[in-house]
Design a protein around this ligand. Structure first.
Ligand SMILES: O=C(O)CCC(=O)C(=O)O
Length: 360
């Protein structure tokens, strides 16, 4: 019997849609969204750094020098940044635009239509406005939609929006293409660890992996300096492919003690290492904290596609990467067990993966 359920309680308080707050034209944000001083964003634009850009055509051509150089850029990115962006990745720009378009249109639907899909913390599937169930928690300035693609026992079209009319079709095709791209990327990440090409895919459960989508909607905010669209967190799963808004920046990645604002290349995907790959790689690859800024002039939409290990297999450092000099840094844990941390407590920097460290 597959374990496709978990049991969390209901939301601890009535849900307020951030989009409705924003559209009500209020001049200041409610206290619930005001972050403590230490977590507030800085809008310092003096830092020109950007995450590495990888041209994936370099991996599949006949030029070995280019292939080696491209692999090297990916390796450094996974070790130093935990983030990179990919271009020439094989997913059509038209499909990427269509995916962003249907989701933007979904959020423009009347509230009653969106409410048909209101979610609960039991599975998080559907239309949501908070992560975590702690009563009185300070909330993020965003709404979202969460759905499952894989495993097929979790894919349920009834939980996908029926509007706009072509929404399910576009989401389906987008999912299929992004799953293929994730498979290609996992092969690159495995080879760069000195492991067999299929190592990471097999460690994730082979064909039996999990895949889900969170569409983030960040409404305009009258006081962007006091809040965040999404609090600092590392991604709990395997690997994330983010399709960012094509007009508005907002994603910031932690680099040492600074926050770097990501400047996406046209039709690029932003790839980031999740906690499960940090564990499998015995921390050679880093799952890095990131957060999202909002602004007063423009709303922002992003599609975060999470490619995850099968939920019930233990994830632990690859044996090949464990030596007397570099002992295993983590004890085995299934992704299901791990995800409960996040579902109960909401985004919390890197405290989750850090708490997994073996007592040594
Ligand atoms: O909206 C973004 O740019 C990032 C979203 C993100 O980090 C997430 O959904 O986990």
């Amino acid at each position: 019997m597959k374990n496709c359920n978990n049991s969390l309680q209901e939301w601890p308080e009535p849900i307020v849609r951030v989009q409705s707050l924003s559209e009500s034209g209020l001049p200041s944000i409610p206290d619930r969204y005001v972050k403590p001083d230490t977590e507030r964003p800085s809008f310092d634009s003096s830092n020109d750094a950007n995450i590495p850009v990888v041209d994936m055509s370099g991996l599949y051509g006949h030029d070995d020098v280019v292939r080696t150089a491209t692999l090297r850029i990916v390796l450094e990115a996974c070790r130093e940044w935990g983030f990179f962006q990919v271009v020439n990745h094989g997913v059509s720009p038209e499909l990427m635009d269509a995916a962003l378009g249907v989701w933007r249109d979904f959020f423009y639907l009347p509230i009653e239509t969106k409410q048909l899909y209101a979610n609960s913390p039991r599975t998080y599937e559907g239309y949501g406005s908070r992560l975590g169930v702690q009563k009185g928690a300070i909330l993020d300035w965003s709404d979202y939609y969460f759905l499952h693609y894989l495993p097929s026992c979790l894919k349920d079209y009834k939980k996908w929006p029926h509007l706009p009319p072509n929404c399910r079709e576009v989401i389906d095709e987008y999912g299929r293409e992004v799953v293929k791209l994730c498979g290609r990327l996992l092969r690159v990440l495995s080879v760069n660890l000195g492991l067999k090409e299929h190592f990471l895919q097999n460690a994730f459960g082979g064909e039996d992996i999990g895949a889900c989508l969170r569409v983030n909607y960040y409404p305009k905010c009258p006081q962007p300096e006091l809040t965040l669209g999404l609090s600092s967190h590392s991604d709990p799963g395997g690997m994330t492919l983010l399709l960012p808004d094509n007009q508005v920046t907002g994603l910031q990645v932690r680099k040492d003690t600074s926050w770097i604002t990501v400047k996406p290349a046209p039709h690029a995907f932003i790839v980031n290492i999740g906690d499960q790959i940090q564990v499998l790689s015995n921390a050679i690859y880093k799952s890095v904290e990131h957060r999202v800024l909002v602004n007063s002039g423009k709303e922002r939409v992003s599609l975060a596609f999470f490619y995850n290990p099968k939920s019930d297999i233990p994830i632990e450092p690859a044996k090949e990467l464990v030596t007397p000099d570099k002992p295993a840094l983590y004890t085995p844990m299934t992704f299901d067990e791990y995800r409960l941390f996040i579902r109960l407590r909401g985004p919390r920097g890197k405290s989750q993966v850090e708490s997994l460290k073996s007592p040594r």
